[in-house]
Ligand binder design. Structure first.
Ligand SMILES: [Zn+2]
Length: 455
C-alpha cells in the first residue's frame, strides 16, 4: 500500500464475493477495503501490510453481497402482519383493521422501527417506505442503521372513508399532505449522507385527483426527487379511474407528467398491452411485489413489463422483509409466466433486481447497489457454514434457491457494522419488539371497536 492511499478503516477479509457488478461479478476469495464509508479496493489476496488501526472482519466461510434495496415498503403495516395476507384486499380499503389514520406518533414510531429492524437484519441496507407519521417513522428506521428513504402518503381522498367504500376528495387534505412532504424534505432529505431521504409518494391514482398529481409533479421538479406510487394494483382502482378520468392509471400518470424514468410503480398488475408498452417506453421502474401479490392470488406480468423496458426492482410492500425469499418468489413468478425455465429468468436476474435494480429505481446506482470501488460500503455477510448452503458449487444459485434472510450474520452500512451475529448493534432488539407488541395490541383493540360500531 503506498503512502498516498488512505489508511483503511476496515477490511472484510477472505469472503466469497457476489458483487452485482458486471465487471467482476464473482470472486471466490476476496478482500474488500473500506475507508471513509466507501469501498476503496477489492482484491483477491490479503494486503501486504495492515495498519494497526484497521478493523479486520474475518469473512471466511461467508458470502458477501451488496446490501439489498427494498424500493416499496410500509414498515408500519407490520401492524397487520399475519392478517392482511389472508384478506381479499389491501388494508387501506378494508374495514376492521388498523388504518393509516389510526396510529399515534408513538405507535407509528414503534411499528416503523420493527419494520426497519426486520429489513436490516435480513440484509436490506436501503428501504423506501411510505405510510403515516413519516416524520417519526424515518428516524425510527434510521436509528437501526438502515438508510431510510420515504414520504408520508400524499392524497386528497378522505382516507377515513375509503375503507367504507367512499371516495370523497378534499383539497385541504391534499394541501396538508403536500405540506407534510415539503417539511419532510426540509428535515430529512440528505442527498450527500444518504442516511435519510425523500421519495415523493402520491398514494395511488384513485386516492389522488389529477390536480393533486400535477402539484406533486411540481414539488418533484423543484427538488429533483423520485416518485413512488401504487399503479394498477386492483381492478377497483382501474375501473374507478376509467370512470373518473376516462383512461387507465398509467395513462393518467402520463397525462399529469409523472410517467417517466423517475417513477417507481408498485404492483402494475392490472395492465393492458398498451399500458405495458407505455410503462416500458417511459423507462419507469417496476416495484415488483413478488410475494405479497402472489399471496393474494395475483401476479404482475413481469416478463412482459421487463420486455417492454421497465427496470425490475423488488419490494415487500407490507412487511415480511426477507429479500432472499423475495428473489425466489420473483424467479418462480417470472418462470410461471413463461411456463418453463429460460435464460430470461435465472438467479442473476433477480439478484440484480434486488441490488442494482433497486439502486437504479432510487436514482442511487452510482452510490449503492453493488460492491464496486468508489461506492458506499453497504455489505451483507451471509454465514454459509450451514448444511442448507453447501456445497458451494454455484454460490449465487444456492443463495437464491435455498438461502434465507436469517442466514445473514453481519450487515455493514456506510462502512459501519450495524448487525453482528444476526443481531442489531444500534438498537435494543427486545425493547423494539416489546414496544411494537404494545402498539399493535392497542391499534387492534381500536380497529375492532370501529368494526363493531359499523356492524
Ligand atoms: Zn404499497
Amino acid at each position: 500500500m503506498t503512502e498516498a492511499e488512505p489508511i483503511p478503516d476496515m477490511i472484510v477479509a477472505g469472503g466469497t464475493l457476489l458483487t452485482s457488478d458486471p465487471e467482476l461479478p464473482y470472486l471466490e476469495k476476496g478482500w474488500i477495503i473500506i475507508s471513509g464509508g466507501r469501498i476503496i479496493g477489492i482484491q483477491d489476496c490479503a494486503p501486504d501490510k495492515l495498519h494497526p488501526s484497521t478493523q479486520v472482519i474475518d469473512a471466511s466461510g461467508h458470502v458477501v453481497t451488496p446490501g439489498f434495496v427494498n424500493v416499496h415498503t410500509h414498515a408500519i403495516l407490520s401492524m397487520v402482519r399475519g392478517v392482511a395476507e389472508d384478506m381479499g384486499f389491501a388494508p387501506a380499503y378494508t374495514i376492521g383493521v388498523p388504518h393509516g389514520h389510526d396510529p399515534t406518533p408513538d405507535e407509528a414510531y414503534a411499528m416503523a422501527q420493527l419494520g426497519g429492524l426486520e429489513a436490516l437484519c435480513f440484509g436490506t441496507t436501503t428501504i423506501n417506505d411510505t405510510y403515516c407519521h413519516q416524520d417519526v417513522a424515518l428516524p425510527a428506521m434510521a436509528e437501526t442503521g438502515i438508510r431510510a428513504f420515504g414520504c408520508g402518503r400524499i392524497h386528497d381522498v378522505d382516507f377515513t372513508r375509503v375503507h367504507l367504500g367512499e371516495w370523497s376528495y378534499d383539497p385541504k387534505i391534499g394541501e396538508q399532505t403536500l405540506a407534510d412532504a415539503a417539511e419532510l424534505i426540509a428535515n430529512f432529505h440528505d442527498p450527500e449522507g444518504l442516511r435519510t431521504g425523500v421519495v415523493l409518494a402520491p398514494h395511488a391514482p384513485d386516492t389522488c385527483t389529477p390536480d393533486l398529481l400535477r402539484q406533486v409533479r411540481q414539488l418533484r421538479d423543484e427538488y429533483g426527487l423520485r416518485i413512488n406510487t401504487h399503479v394498477s394494483q386492483s381492478r377497483v382502482e382501474v375501473d374507478f379511474i376509467r370512470e373518473r378520468d376516462g383512461m387507465s392509471p398509467p395513462e393518467l400518470l402520463e397525462e399529469v407528467g409523472l410517467l417517466d424514468e423517475r417513477l417507481i410503480g408498485a404492483h402494475c398488475i392490472h395492465v393492458s398491452e398498451t399500458d405495458i408498452a407505455r410503462l416500458g417506453r417511459a423507462g419507469a421502474h417496476l416495484a415488483h411485489i413478488a410475494k405479497g401479490n402472489q399471496t393474494h392470488g395475483q401476479i404482475a406480468p413481469t416478463h412482459a413489463l421487463c420486455g417492454a423496458g421497465m427496470n425490475l426492482a423488488l419490494s415487500t410492500d407490507n412487511m415480511h422483509a426477507d429479500m432472499v425469499e423475495l428473489m425466489r418468489w420473483a424467479l418462480a413468478s417470472g418462470r410461471l409466466q413463461q411456463g418453463k425455465i429460460t435464460d430470461a429468468w435465472q438467479p442473476a436476474k433477480v439478484f440484480e433486481a434486488a441490488t442494482m435494480g433497486g439502486a437504479r429505481a432510487m436514482g442511487l446506482d452510482a452510490e449503492i447497489g453493488s460492491l464496486t470501488v468508489g461506492k458506499r460500503a453497504d455489505l451483507v455477510l451471509f454465514d454459509f457454514r450451514r448444511p442448507h448452503l453447501r456445497p458451494l458449487t454455484h454460490v449465487l444459485g444456492t443463495l437464491v434457491h435455498t438461502g434465507q434472510g436469517r442466514d445473514v450474520d453481519i450487515v455493514i452500512v456506510n462502512g459501519k457494522i450495524v448487525v453482528s451475529g444476526g443481531n442489531p448493534l444500534w438498537v435494543d432488539k427486545m425493547a423494539v419488539l416489546e414496544a411494537a407488541e404494545t402498539a399493535a395490541a392497542a391499534l387492534w383493540i381500536r380497529a375492532r371497536a370501529e368494526q363493531l360500531a359499523h356492524s
